[in-house]
Ligand binder design. Structure first.
Ligand SMILES: Cc1cc2nc3c(=O)[nH]c(=O)nc-3n(C[C@H](O)[C@H](O)[C@H](O)COP(=O)(O)OP(=O)(O)OC[C@H]3O[C@@H](n4cnc5c(N)ncnc54)[C@H](O)[C@@H]3O)c2cc1C
Length: 289
């Protein structure tokens, strides 16, 4: 494992926002996880984990932490079970499994890594299908040890898992999935139709996906729309005209612009919305936990 200094973080996020990591490394093996944890502990650094960076932005300036990015991406199929390392890109996994007649197509169109999907229980629509549907267990690394956590212990809920808001740094290392079988051609058709729907309903530009969570089963985009905020801008960041829960980095948007836009949305809500996107501050803590 090689620790690098002053590494730009913006290019590692889909919204392209962020300054530099004081310390940065990529994790390919279990040994890398152990070494990164030791390095952070010995140097009194906060450990911040990212996967695909598709739901995260970083503050501009220096992030005073060790940022680790999951890169281990092996996939092993053993009869009905599939073992997926956390750095595996989810869209690629869905396509690869489709060829094997394993149907994960319900998660089509969600960017990012397996680890990010587990942390936020990625899926579609509050009434839809979530990754916990397929999870049997998760291997995590925390406090210097690898542990296998059963699905029940993960405490998955709508866009939530037990790992999301705990104080100790947790690295999701691998997930064990059980995936239903289906005809490869039928899976391919489902993937294509879901992708088509996404293209029609979502912007394809510099965004981190949904910024806010649905509240009491009402989609956040609806509440934002009702407040007349579609298209609202703060500096270089705007609320997408196409999907009112997506923030867009329109032109050289900054972290501060994005924070101001979130605060401005909140000021229109009777009760504040929960923030889904991860805003990482200069001290490595989350802005809207
Ligand atoms: C165009 C677009 C559409 C989207 N549509 C959807 C959708 O339909 N449904 C949906 O659920 N999401 C959607 N998202 C949001 C995002 O893709 C998901 O939340 C995704 O699962 C995040 O994965 P990631 O690897 O990119 O996470 P990152 O952004 O890298 O990280 C997100 C959080 O997970 C943590 N994390 C990531 N990997 C690990 C790990 N291995 N161990 C510990 N912590 C980790 C990070 O610390 C951070 O807190 C969309 C995003 C975009 C840009």
């Amino acid at each position: 494992m090689k620790i690098q200094e002053n590494i730009p973080l913006g290019p590692k996020t889909t919204m392209r926002i962020g300054g530099t990591a004081a310390y940065y490394t990529e994790l390919y093996s279990k040994k890398d996880c152990e070494e990164a944890f030791e390095y952070a502990k010995d140097n009194n650094l906060k450990l911040v984990v990212i996967g695909g960076g598709s739901n995260t932005i970083f503050a501009n300036g220096v992030i005073d932490a060790l940022i680790v990015r999951l890169k281990g991406n092996e996939v092993k199929i053993d009869e009905e079970k599939v073992y997926v390392q956390a750095g595996k890109n989810l869209p690629m996994l869905i396509n690869e499994l489709a060829k094997e007649g394993m149907d994960l197509s319900a998660l089509t169109g969600i960017p990012g890594s397996m680890g990010g999907a587990v942390i936020g229980n990625a899926g579609q629509g509050p009434e839809g299908i979530w990754i916990d549907n397929y999870i049997e267990s998760v291997t995590i690394f925390t406090d210097g040890l690898f542990k296998i956590i059963s699905k029940d212990e993960c405490n998955f809920k709508y866009r939530e898992s037990i790992f999301k808001n705990i104080d100790l740094p947790v690295i999701i290392w691998e997930a064990t999935l059980v995936i239903p079988s289906n005809n490869p051609e039928e899976i391919k058709n489902k993937i294509e139709s879901l992708l088509k729907k996404r293209i029609e309903t979502q912007p394809h530009t510099k965004t981190a996906g949904s910024c806010f969570k649905a509240k009491d089963d009402v989609p956040a985009w609806k509440l934002i729309d009702e407040a007349g905020l579609r298209g609202r801008k703060e500096g270089g960041i705007c609320i997408s005209e196409k999907h009112a829960n997506f923030l867009i980095n329109e032109k050289d948007g900054t972290y501060k612009d994005a924070v101001s836009l979130v605060e401005s949305v909140q000021s229109y809500m009777k009760n504040p919305l929960e923030v889904e996107m991860r805003f990482v501050k200069n001290d490595g803590c989350i802005e809207f936990p």
